[in-house]
Design a protein around this ligand. Structure first.
Ligand code: FEO
Length: 396
């Protein structure tokens, strides 16, 4: 169904309520997603971004509710990832006269992915296209989050269409930010930032500064996923500035895996040490916890404790992806320490410590090990570990 965004601008995208994972199986999407496509009816007819391939027919139907797709003069393709470009080949088949407007880097990614004989018009930052009453203005946004990513701004209606930036994997009945549950919206916007944009935080800050310096009036921010920001649209820009600064909260997270609950008891006692010092924390059993949700907790926390029993001279494998993620996402300003139980031989906490340090986390204390099931003395050592973690969490 096509929905009016403002004036002659319509949303013609798709809400994907059933999506549970994105980027293959890399990213959990507990609340589905949407693929937002925008139709602008000026003297020229413009489609901004398409949808994921399985929803191609629905996109064509939505466009056809408003105009004959053959009337399209331009298709702006801000980014080549398939969730926005999968339907393009079919749209172009219906719109044989449309020019396909892409960023400079898009001249690599679109032909490389689709091998189509499309009528490309590459643009760069500052370029504009007059479409009648209004203009489209383009701002390249490399690494937000791909090298080919681009923002498109519509003058007159003052709508910024930043593709993936400011989006959320959030399926909802309402299309606008003032029509949905605010807690759900910001949980999803934050999870999206943490899991997709964290590595590019410095670029996020620079791009926002560049956009603000242009002094363009922004009435609406219309991303390519989730709801459209029309009520106080700059609130999500301010959130991005806050998140991109990577200033953790004074809280801790304890990540562990366990076989016969010894390491689990250690995790609980570490939590008691944190609680004694009034430091808020979460305890996450990583064999049972969604990795992307755990990353949200890690992003928020100043300190990270990681625990595993020693198995096969190493640690339990459920913990392994966490180090790759902390490193890959380039998380900053983290302090950490490690712990774990053992039976015949130990060593896992020291290996975990090296992995944590390799991921960029500053180590605050020696690893803590406990043989077999923890004694009362062992549990007191764990509580002291928690107090040490609390002191690090609270230090300026
Ligand atoms: Fe929504 Fe980078 O694709």
């Amino acid at each position: 169904m096509a929905i009016q965004v403002k004036g002659n601008v319509h949303w013609v995208g798709v809400v994907d309520w059933a999506l549970t994972h994105f980027h293959g199986h890399e990213l959990s999407t507990h609340r589905g997603s949407s693929y937002n496509s925008y139709l602008i009816l000026d003297e020229k007819k413009v489609l901004v971004d398409a949808v994921w391939t399985p929803f191609t027919e629905q996109l064509i139907r939505n466009i056809s509710e408003v105009i004959d797709p053959a009337e399209l003069d331009y298709i702006v393709a801000n980014h080549a990832e398939v969730d926005h470009s999968g339907a393009l080949a079919e749209v172009i088949r219906h719109a044989p006269n449309a020019k396909v407007v892409v960023s400079q880097k898009g001249m690599d990614s679109f032909p490389g992915n689709y091998h189509g004989d499309w009528d490309f018009q590459p643009v760069k930052t500052g370029d504009s296209i007059s479409i009648g009453q209004d203009d489209l203005v383009f701002v390249e946004a490399p690494m937000l989050h791909w090298p080919d990513s681009m923002f498109t701004y519509l003058t007159g209606h003052n709508i910024l269409m930043p593709n993936d930036a400011f989006g959320q994997h959030y399926a909802s009945a309402g299309r606008f930010n003032d029509e949905v549950d605010q807690q759900e919206l910001f949980e999803e916007a934050f999870k999206y930032y943490v899991n997709i944009l964290t590595p590019f935080s410095n670029l996020v800050l620079r791009k926002i500064d560049e956009l603000l310096a242009l002094n363009l009036p922004v009435d609406i921010i219309a991303p390519s996923h989730g709801v459209i920001w029309r009520d106080n649209p700059l609130q999500i820009v301010e959130k991005y500035q806050q998140w991109a600064a990577q200033k953790p909260e004074p809280r801790a997270v304890i990540l562990y895996d366990t076989m016969w609950h010894a390491t689990e008891q250690m995790a609980a006692a570490i939590g008691e040490g944190l609680a004694e010092k009034d430091v808020d924390y979460k305890v996450l059993h990583m064999a049972l916890t969604d990795r992307n949700d755990a990353l949200v907790e890690i992003f928020k926390a100043r300190t990270v404790a990681v625990g595993s029993p020693t198995v096969n001279n190493g640690f339990l494998s459920a913990l392994a992806p966490i180090f790759e993620e902390i490193k890959g996402l380039k998380m900053k300003n983290k302090l950490g320490a490690t712990f774990g139980s053992y039976g015949w031989s130990g060593g896992a906490p020291r290996i975990l410590q090296q992995r944590l340090a390799d991921a960029g986390v500053d180590i605050i204390r020696e690893p803590l090990e406990c043989k077999w099931q923890p004694t009362a003395e062992d549990l007191e050592a764990c509580r002291q570990f928690g107090r040490d973690l609390a002191a690090a969490t609270l230090q300026e």
